[in-house]
Design a protein around this ligand. Structure first.
Ligand SMILES: NC(=O)NCCC(=O)O
Ligand SMILES: [Zn+2]
Ligand SMILES: [Zn+2]
Length: 483
């Protein structure tokens, strides 16, 4: 059985051209004019693009005394509704827990996934067991390792642990990742704000000024450079952090920055809303920033100093958010966005002229595929690639509303936003999961995707570090001591 997507314009990160796309056995088998198939999907007026890859989600994540509400079923369904065909979630061992033990727990949760997925492994503590578990993790196709520099007393690791782990990731040919906020300063500021009576959700934003992110980003970059490992900085939200990444890239360091769609389109005024629920629903780390920071993030996407737009989808219901009534530090951190990332970015990026359609593909799909060892299986419209595709209708419009979303939570941080540019069809390995607004996704269709270590960037960096490593100076004679 074959499917042909007809009459569309193929848009990849580097090319735009008219062609039909033929799919068989979940893969793209032919691209060209006038193709025939058993089933035909009409893409007239549409772009045929690689499905989105969101490399930053937390589905059914245990966090701050609860679990994020969207699980692998509802979260991946929301992803498909919005044109995203793969997510990379985080496997989070509890302190003291072995990495493979945590991995089996995550594999148990992901069985109901509706699109393909992978994991990053989090390093939440340090010891020989973790050191050994990292090699096993790479063998099982999990080649990226996340470190939290915030959440003191919970997930946070210190600089010595960071350096040890980064070196290990470098040796294993993986990618180091950081949540870059200075957790010690955040803890101090939180205590001070609460003591002074600042207990509402706005206190969360005050406790995490952009400096805590800028400082930690710079520190992580320097530690990664000394460890000789490529570094991916998640949820880059401000100019200070972007500046550190920009500077590092200009210096030839292998560093990538990831702004979120929320930080690009929503700002800090949300926290000053008189409605407690409204503000608390938007509590996430780092918090939303002002317009100047937003402009910096957009400029980073345009200039290439920032590489990937993600969501950090970690959705808590209003009831869960209310765990922090009277104390903002107990509001579970996280927001949704999986369903809205692509339409919001198209609307505010492509429709405004900030991004070209090719740049849109790069930052929503191809760059993540390349960085995390998935390309060209994912992130490509090419013969042999998985048929993870979105047929994108640039004329289709909607107003975002929680009443019509696939996510399981009871609100949407983009409520009332008008978007223009939506999927006509979303295909996951050839299966049409979203058919002109109607969901046909299947629970359990999603498969774990193992990833390869030692990407070209790893090899180049290792070669460069070997070439420039300290080595003893060869001397012909040793001077006499004079004694
Ligand atoms: N971002 C956030 O607030 N919650 C999810 C966990 C994390 O990525 O820090
Ligand atoms: Zn984070
Ligand atoms: Zn996250």
């Amino acid at each position: 059985m074959s499917t042909v997507i007809r009459n569309g314009t193929v848009v990849t990160h580097d090319l735009t051209y008219r062609a039909d796309v033929r799919i068989e056995g979940g893969r793209i088998v032919e691209i060209g004019p006038d193709l025939k198939g058993d089933t035909e999907l009409d893409a007239s007026g549409c772009y045929v693009m690689p499905g989105g890859i969101d490399p930053h989600t937390h589905l059914e994540m245990p966090f701050m005394g609860t679990y994020s509400t969207d699980d692998f079923a509802s979260g991946t369904r929301a992803a498909l509704a919005g044109g995203t065909t793969m997510v990379i979630d985080f496997c989070l061992p509890s302190p003291g827990q072995g990495l493979m033990d945590a991995l089996s727990m995550w594999h148990n949760k992901s069985g109901r996934a509706q699109c393909d997925y992978s994991y990053h492994m989090a390093i939440t503590w340090w010891g020989e067991e973790v050191f050994d578990g990292m090699a096993e993790s790479v063998k099982r196709g999990i080649t990226s390792f996340k470190h939290f520099m915030a959440y003191k007393g919970a997930l946070m690791v210190n600089d010595d642990e960071l350096f040890s782990s980064f070196r290990r990731v470098g040796d294993l040919g993986g990618v180091a990742m950081v949540h870059a906020e200075n957790g010690d300063v955040v803890a101090e500021l939180t205590a001070k704000l609460l003591a002074e009576g600042n207990s509402g959700p706005e206190g969360h934003a005050y406790s995490r000024p952009s400096q805590v992110e800028g400082e930690a980003t710079n520190r992580a970059i320097m530690i990664a450079d000394m460890a000789g490992v490529p570094l991916y900085v998640v949820h880059t939200s401000c100019e200070e952090s972007h500046e550190a990444i920009r500077r590092a890239r200009q210096q030839g360091k292998r560093v990538w920055g990831e702004p979120l769609i929320q930080h690009l389109t929503l700002d800090e005024s949300e926290y000053f809303n008189a409605d407690w629920d409204h503000a608390a629903r938007r509590v996430m780390s780092p918090p939303f920033r002002n317009k100047a920071h937003q402009a910096s993030l957009w400029a980073g996407l345009q200039s290439g100093s920032l590489s990937v737009v993600a969501t950090d989808h970690c959705a808590f219901s209003t009831d869960q958010k209310r765990m922090g009534l009277g104390d903002f530090s107990k509001i579970p951190n996280g927001t949704g966005g999986l369903e809205d990332r692509m339409p919001m970015l198209w609307t505010h990026g492509v429709n405004t002229g900030r991004l070209t359609p090719n740049e849109f593909v790069a930052v929503t799909s191809t760059n993540a595929a390349k960085i995390f060892g998935l390309y060209p299986k994912k992130g490509a419209v090419a013969v042999g690639a998985d048929a993870d595709l979105v047929v994108w209708d640039p004329a289709k419009e909607k107003t975002i509303s929680a009443t019509r979303q696939e996510s399981a939570i009871d609100y949407n941080v983009f409520e009332g936003h008008k978007v223009k540019g939506l999927p006509r069809f979303t295909l996951t390995r050839g299966h049409v999961a979203c058919h002109d607004g109607e969901m046909r996704a299947k629970e359990g269709h999603g498969q774990f995707v193992a990833r390869e270590p030692n990407m070209p960037v790893n090899r180049a960096l290792t070669q460069w570090k070997a070439l420039t490593a300290p080595r003893p100076v060869e001397r012909s004679g040793i001077p006499a001591t004079g004694v």
